[in-house]
Design a binder for this molecule. Structure first.
Ligand code: DX5
Ligand code: ZN
Length: 217
């Protein structure tokens, strides 16, 4: 089954608790939480206290996307505030093995992500040990950007490669520029965890979630 992960980066923060409930009651299974440090990416988003606070408002799967330099420094804290999946960037981690191991040591799922300019080959050593691969389909840092078309081939190549390795159950998440008019394309290419921010939180959240869920099946 395909999974929808609304990205709260585009949420109305004064109504965040309400919007989380709307996402979940409309059927979204995950909540995608973007953590930006102003170093790995130009923006600063929000941090640990926000996750801690919304953990009480939602029992959805918290899918935390760390866009931070040297992520190993903060895995313990993100696990403690209630992350269920912790995804870090290959480009930001000097020792990805150690990060994966640490995430697993807290009983959390580990994801590894690559930016649009990073080839999927760099993932090879880690594929058998991670729970999810996140393919960025925009440059990380901002919501509301346009989908980079070459991402579709990357997703397809990765899915084919996973199948040849016997890893057909490994999740491929796609993040950036996903709308109701291109989501079927990325699902057909092999993505099964779909992040959408601006397309969910601009307008009626529940109606948007339902429309996405109808399209992703
Ligand atoms: C971008 C973030 C995304 C962002 C997606 O760096 O990782 O999760 O919220 O926003 P949209 O769906 O608007 O492109
Ligand atoms: Zn993200």
């Amino acid at each position: 089954m395909n999974i929808l992960a609304p990205s709260i980066l585009s949420a109305d923060f004064k109504n965040l608790g309400r919007q989380l409930i709307d996402c979940q009651s409309a059927g979204a299974q995950y909540i995608h939480i973007d953590i930006m440090d102003g170093v790995f990416v130009p923006s600063i988003s929000f941090g640990l206290p926000v996750i801690k606070s919304i953990r009480d408002a939602s029992d959805a799967v918290f899918d935390v996307h760390l866009m931070i330099t040297n992520p190993i420094r903060y895995i313990k804290e993100f696990a403690a505030v209630g992350a269920d999946i912790i995804t870090f960037h290959q480009e930001a981690a000097p020792d990805p093995w150690a990060v994966i191991e640490l995430i697993h040591s807290y009983g959390k799922k580990a994801g590894i992500s690559i930016k649009p300019g990073t080839p999927i080959d760099v993932l090879e050593p880690y594929l058998k040990n991670v729970d999810m691969v996140l393919i960025m389909s925009v440059e990380p840092g901002f919501g509301g950007q346009k989908y980079i078309p070459s991402s579709t081939d990357k997703i397809r190549d990765l899915r084919n490669h996973l199948n040849t390795l016997g890893l057909k159950d490994l999740d491929i998440e796609v993040d950036g520029g996903i709308k109701t008019d291109n989501v079927e394309m990325v699902v057909n290419a092999g993505a099964n965890v779909i992040v959408a921010g601006s397309a969910i939180f601009n307008g009626n959240v529940q109606a948007n979630v339902k429309e996405f869920l109808t399209k992703i099946g």
